[in-house]
Design a protein around this ligand. Structure first.
Ligand code: ZN
Length: 338
């Protein structure tokens, strides 16, 4: 069936139309108008309405690049349903290379937002009203913050069967069963009954080709799982992801200079060595050992640490067998994808 036209921020989009709408957000104090661009691909045929959002944290620019590549795809012209893609949600933070809003708030703690609230809360409210409401599914794209890089992973509330199905469809090596945090976009979307995935990959303010390609491929695979794209239009993959219920950060036991011994995606056994920290002269040196068994899903790239700094993020897995083949397969698939 042909779907009806939709209206976003006062602009009507007809079925079969692809367009970019500038959604007005709060002005800067210079009196400069600000807007959040929303790409709309409104298919002719009825189907799901999917939102894909990037840079809710203004320095997490990998999602912005994933969306840019996504919008180039000619096959979007024939989708079923509707795609709403917002490459830069936190337009203020993006401008300042900052995770936060100009009022120093974390946008991803202010959903669903309010018209009468702070600047951050107003932005959250606009995103909800113009984009999220009326969607049936969502994908929110993030990257590691503060010199930390993440292995491509999905975080989702997988107790919900539809969310789990889509999380698996994303075809990254690891799914983290992540509870919903109050104020996050994911939480606000879940309150409206919209299954939403959070994709985490790479590092803030950096491009990482594996993270970008895995994200693009993941969005397309989810669109296929939703029936928006056909199987022929979407990349094939044999990845059967590992699922972890718990993750933990290992912290620096002393202040000093860190030498990390395990890569992203590496497997660690309980008590195995993951790195060393030494003072600048190497007189005092302390080994860091993993308190748990699992897979490295995030790590600090900056080797200068204070005692207590989070250096490595491990998804707990009891069975270490099978980790390496999945990571290898994933890397091969991503390198071959063109
Ligand atoms: Zn983030």
């Amino acid at each position: 069936m042909m779907q009806p036209a939709i209206t976003i921020a006062g602009t009507r989009v007809k079925p079969g139309q692809q367009t970019t709408i500038s959604v007005p957000v709060a002005r800067l104090y210079t009196h400069t108008e600000m807007a959040m661009p929303v790409h709309v691909v409104h298919g002719r045929r009825e189907g799901p309405r999917l939102f894909v959002s990037g840079a809710i944290h203004g320095d997490e620019i990998i999602g912005t690049e994933i969306i840019r590549r996504l919008m180039k795809l000619k096959r979007l012209r024939s989708i079923r349903g509707t795609l709403l893609a917002v490459p830069v949600v936190n337009v203020y933070g993006f401008l300042q290379h900052s995770r936060y809003s100009p009022d120093r708030r974390d946008l991803n703690r202010f959903f669903p937002g309010s018209e009468k609230g702070s600047l951050t809360s107003q932005l959250a409210g606009t995103v909800m009203e113009e984009v999220i409401q009326g969607c049936t599914h969502g994908i929110d794209l993030h990257a590691g913050s503060n010199h930390r890089a993440n292995l491509p992973q999905i975080r989702a509330a997988i107790d919900d069967p539809e969310t789990l199905r889509l999380a698996k469809a994303f075809k990254v090596p690891v799914i983290i069963n992540a509870r919903l945090r109050e104020g996050s976009l994911r939480h606000a979307a879940a309150e409206l009954g919209i299954p939403t995935l959070l994709y985490e990959a790479g590092e803030a303010l950096r491009f990482d080709e594996v993270a970008i390609r895995a994200g693009l491929r993941g969005v397309m695979s989810v669109m296929q799982a939703l029936g928006m794209l056909t199987a022929k239009q979407s990349p094939a993959s044999d990845i059967d992801p590992l699922i972890a219920d718990t993750t933990s950060w290992v912290r620096a036991p002393i202040s000093g200079i860190l030498r990390m011994k395990v890569p992203l995606g590496g497997r660690v056994a309980k008590n195995s060595k993951i790195g060393e920290i030494a003072d600048p002269f190497g007189d005092e040196e302390v080994e860091i050992r993993s308190p748990v068994s699992g897979i490295v899903i995030g790590r600090l790239n900056l080797p200068l640490v204070h005692r207590g700094d989070a250096v490595i993020h491990i998804a707990h897995l009891d069975r270490l067998k099978g980790i390496e083949p999945i990571i290898e397969e994933f890397r091969e698939e991503i390198t071959e994808d063109r």
